[in-house]
Design a protein around this ligand. Sequence first.
Ligand SMILES: [Zn+2]
Length: 332
Amino acid sequence: MDKKNIKRSELHIHLDGSIEPLRLIEMAKTHNIILPCYEEKCISNYLNFDDKNGGLLQYLKKFHYPIKILQYKDTLKKSMYYLLEKLHRENYIYAEIRFAPHLHTENGLSLEEIVDAVICGGKLAREKYGIDFGIILCIMRNNSVKMGYEIVELAKQYKNRDVVGIDLAGDEKNYPVNLFKDVFSIAKKEDINITIHAGEASGYESVKDAIYLGAKRIGHGIRAFEDKKLLELIVEQEIVLEICPISNYQTKVLKNIKDYPIREFLDRGIKISLNTDNLTVSNTNLDKEIEFLNKNFSIKEKEIIEMLRNNIICSFVDYEKKEELLNKFNNK
Ligand SMILES: [Zn+2]
């Protein structure tokens, strides 16, 4: 397959997990932030996840330095710009980028200042390269319910200004989705698009709960395979699974990668969106994800193209924008 010609897009990519090592060093220097080292290869060891025995909690530790850097308006703006610039070089036409505003308030930035800075970086990249973007605001599972309401409020405020939805991220095992039941019920009433990380560190119940709380897309959703009735519900309600194969492999969602249920999902007609999760933490890109699927499972070329098309069809943008992106995708 000549992958280079296929227009890319993606629905599940974290801003903080996708800062390139050299960019991180550059931004640390401008704010005199101490890093353990200042060479690309060395700092990569602190940013790339390679723990053969680790799970999601070890994976999340790799966000330490990126979060330290992302406490300023200029670094928030630049990191968004750099990420879209990189994606543009890789033939992307659209990306839904997510981040958790509350993680960037350590130096006193307001939630609005944080979102404004990221949008500003995004707009600059859009103007220069023509790549489009949407922003998904994450609620962190270990944060309070009150903070959850703040994210819903923020998403409402920025609804027609590049924010396209909300998410729930972080430690799935210790903080179940139901803690935020009332938060998502308000988001639903406000007609805010919902995606929730589920079925990654916890089992199928977590996916089920996320769907009941209004998620139209599930981040990962891999462990849904444990309950066949749930798989039927996913097909029936056209719930989209945003899969990130290499990240799922790294966080040991399954003991044996051969058990990764991608074939079953496809055969059942589940809508699959293919994503990278974190370019830097997972040391990946869409090419590597495609290669990983080809190598480990018998995924056909047309199925890969279908997943990439789903990245547009299942995005949270309005109908007109979707049509425009689909035209670009179909015309190659
Ligand atoms: Zn994620």
